[in-house]
Design a protein around this ligand. Structure first.
Ligand code: G6P
Length: 633
């Protein structure tokens, strides 16, 4: 139940920032509810677990409706109720702070019910602000940071007898963190105040009416004139009046409205043709978000609250057993190497589906690590149950807050990469690896099995990893061009050693999943025990051959392949000349410490799988026969 507990309390070093909540607002002459509910539906692609709306129909008359579940569930709650209003704000919530529940859903209201606010982002200093407000007599009903912000605005406004805009400006000056917000006042239906910092917010300009949303998708059917708010800007929306945009110091900001030409599908995918490619490109930001509040670059340290709170349990573990499925299992293989290398504690990695049925030897001194993007995989859940029945402590690594696995584990860390829509896992994989890295580093510090120089330099390199990932992504065009050559390939072999072996497996899995080309991943040295018999001009071989102590051995493998007429795609370290000159195609990745290699070498393989599948005209985001969340055996 650790995840379940954790999300109700403030854990400073677990702050998370990325958040795909959806905001919609409307003020004008139409009925707001139909615009808002349609808007929420258009934002469903962002992923969410609850939804809510606040409608202001006349001074003193505000209705707030909320529901856990889908937008359709909210509609059921609203059915038959009074929805007449021309001003309203609505929200879909992807829980990061407080479990998915009606009380934690947005909009949140001030204690007296006067102000309602929706928020996307995180207020990092909310615990301090909450305490200050509690001392003034404010009572809170949810465990969210958002409720603190709306109460803070109310407090500032009431104390100073200020107008709402000034109160919002002063409140936001007190806030550390990220936000896109929209606020309405029960006593004044004629205005919506919206603001952003680090989370997106778009104002749509209609005919005497305004739309507001996290992206332009909810408004394209009404207008193509939009203003993308910049960080630190506040929009004051009044029906029939020119939109006013100011900063926190009330200085006017000038903005030309832009005309959007994209259709809804393109907008939802951030302008990319598929979710998968968007998610591949999102990875630098996702990994930065995953590390935010955990990795401190100034002090060169990493703190995972799970390790802090259960230090004794982890430090005294006689063994770790990682259970997972699919891509998460590949992340587990990397986790094994990281934990064994840095913490000197033995680690086994098991397919959850095998583990659960083979009467494994598990004792109370073992720590089981369950890795799951969705947090719902049936086999992984069953493996956790089994581990518990043998007295083991279970630590979870999940993306979905409040998911079944998050609730079933004793401790855990969320990866915080935002919802992954493409069925083939990309950003969730690198997020899992990033969490495993932070886990191994924090634990190694506790076990004293890492030198302070290595710890510091690895933390510094991890801090720089988003930029390294950006450098890899710059090769997208080259990889796309190269991938065309493999459109009609029927088989592929992927080879790697050490940290690169799981990447070979993951690269092969990506290709299988979305291009339906048969691909196998092998430890490079195993090639001579079978796969070498397959090598010919029709068997492309992808070799992960970055600089490592085993480089020369991988070089020999490449020579063996070339000697048999094979075609080689090599992923090499920038500046490499030896393997690059032998390979038919080489993709350069920046030099990083070997233990971080997976975070850069996985990207070209994701891109390659993506482009080959596109060339084959396949449905990249929804490959045949596969499911994003496998809740059955
Ligand atoms: C499915 C998905 C994979 C995922 C696997 C495990 O097969 O298509 O992308 O790796 O399940 O899912 P989990 O949610 O437990 O990581």
């Amino acid at each position: 139940m650790f995840f379940g507990m954790k999300i109700f309390i403030f854990v400073p070093n677990e702050n998370k920032y990325i958040n795909m909540c959806g905001i919609v607002g409307y003020i004008g002459k139409r009925q707001a509810w139909p615009v808002l509910v349609e808007g929420l539906r258009k934002l469903e692609y962002r992923g969410y677990d609850s939804a809510g709306v606040a409608l202001v129909s006349a001074p003193g008359d505000m209705k707030v409706y909320k529901s856990v579940g889908k937008v359709a569930d909210l509609e059921r709650v609203v059915a038959g109720k009074d929805t007449s209003a021309s001003t309203g704000i609505a929200h879909t919530r992807w829980a990061t702070h407080g479990e998915p529940s009606t009380v934690n859903s947005h909009p949140h209201t001030s204690m007296d019910g006067r102000l309602a606010l929706v928020h996307n982002g995180i207020i990092e200093n909310y615990a301090i602000l909450k305490q200050k407000l509690a001392d003034k007599g404010y009572v809170f009903s949810s465990s969210t940071d958002t409720e603190v912000l709306v109460q803070l605005i109310d407090y500032i406004q009431t104390e100073g007898s200020l107008d709402l805009l000034t109160a919002v400006q002063l409140a936001l000056k007190e806030v550390i963190g990220a936000y896109a917000i929209a606020v309405v006042d029960r006593d004044n239906p004629d205005v919506i105040i919206a603001a952003r910092k680090s989370s997106p917010l778009v104002v749509g300009i209609g005919d005497d009416e305004y739309f507001l949303a996290s992206d332009a998708t909810p408004m394209v059917e009404y207008t193509n004139k939009v203003i993308y708010l910049s960080d630190g800007e506040i929009a004051v929306l009044r029906s029939g009046e020119q939109v006013r945009i100011v900063n926190l110091d009330n200085v006017e900001c000038s903005h030309e409205a832009q005309t959007i030409a994209m259709n809804i599908g393109q907008l939802q995918k951030g302008g990319y043709p598929h979710f998968m490619i968007k998610e591949i490109f999102d990875q630098p930001e996702c990994i930065a978000d995953c590390m935010r509040g955990r990795l401190n670059a100034d002090t060169c340290s990493v703190v995972l609250s799970a390790v802090n709170e259960h230090r004794e349990r982890f430090v005294s573990a006689s063994r770790f057993v990682i259970v997972a499925c699919g891509t998460s299992w590949h992340a587990g293989l990397i986790g094994k190497q990281l934990i064994e290398t840095m913490c000197r504690i033995p680690v086994e990695v098991e397919y959850a589906s095998e583990f659960r049925y083979r009467n494994p030897v598990i004792s109370p001194s073992d720590v089981v690590i369950a890795i799951s993007q969705s947090g719902e995989t049936a086999d992984t859940l069953a493996a956790i149950e089994l581990a518990h029945s043998r007295g083991a402590f279970v630590y979870g690594i999940c993306n979905v807050v409040g998911s079944s696995i998050a609730r079933a584990t004793d401790a855990g860390s969320y990866i915080h990469v935002g919802p992954e829509i493409g069925v083939a896992s990309t950003k969730a994989f690198t997020g899992q690896v990033a969490v495993l890295l932070m886990f191994a580093l924090s634990l190694a510090k506790e076990t004293g099995t890492i030198s302070s120089e290595e710890y510091t330099s690895t933390v510094a390199s991890l801090d720089a990893i988003p930029d390294k990932m950006r450098q890899v992504l710059k090769q997208n065009d080259y990889i796309a061009g190269m991938s065309r050559m493999f459109t009609y390939a029927r088989n592929f072999i992927y080879l790697g050693r050490g940290y690169s072996f799981p990447i070979a497996l993951e690269g092969a899995l990506k290709l299988k999943e979305i291009s339906y080309i048969h691909a196998e991943g092998y430890p490079a040295a195993e090639m001579k025990h079978g796969p070498i018999a397959l090598i010919d001009a029709d068997m492309p071989v992808v070799v992960i051959a970055t600089r490592s102590p085993l480089y020369d051995k991988v070089l020999s493998n490449v020579q063996e392949i070339k000697a048999r007429g094979g075609r080689v795609v090599a992923v090499v370290t920038e500046g490499d000349t030896v393997i690059s000159s032998l390979a038919d195609f080489s993709i350069q990745v920046p030099a990083v410490p070997e233990c971080l290699d997976a975070l850069v070498t996985s990207i070209p393989l994701q891109l390659m799988a993506y482009h080959i599948a596109v060339c084959r005209g396949l449905d990249v985001d929804r490959p045949r026969n596969l499911a994003k969340s496998v809740t059955v055996e």
